[in-house]
Design a protein. Structure first.
Length: 125
């Protein structure tokens, strides 16, 4: 874009993987983060949350390695794997306003983020 750049822009439609950080969804969080879950990134029980998600205290908090450095994801935040494989946390109200569910995926099936997910789930037709 040479020259003038002031304008109104629409975000391109892309599909990302995401999971909401809760104790109930910890298996899915581990599936998304994979090798990023290590001794130094273990979840912590904390008294605060971004969204309660129907769970009672203690809530979960996790440090996520992002391109901008470590960031905290709090209970109820969404953890997103972006189009370049990058990870980042997202507050529930932002996620809700920005994303629609395309398909649920099986956390036990290896997923290539460059291949779109079928509406019938990963590996579906």
């Amino acid at each position: 874009m040479a020259g003038r750049t002031l304008g109104i822009y629409r975000k391109r439609p892309v599909e990302v993987e995401a999971v909401q950080l809760t104790w109930r969804g910890w298996g899915d969080v581990c599936a998304l983060l994979g090798d990023c879950i290590a001794d130094r990134l273990l979840p912590r029980a904390v008294p605060t949350f971004s969204e309660q998600c129907g769970e009672c205290p203690e809530y979960i908090e996790l440090t996520i390695p992002t391109r901008e450095g470590p960031m905290i994801a709090r209970h109820g935040d969404w953890i997103i794997r972006g189009v370049m494989g990058e990870l980042y946390p997202c507050k529930p109200e932002i996620f809700e306003a920005t994303y629609d569910l395309v398909a649920l995926r099986d956390p036990y099936i290896e997923y290539d983020p460059k291949v779109p997910i079928s509406p019938h789930g990963a590996g579906g037709t």
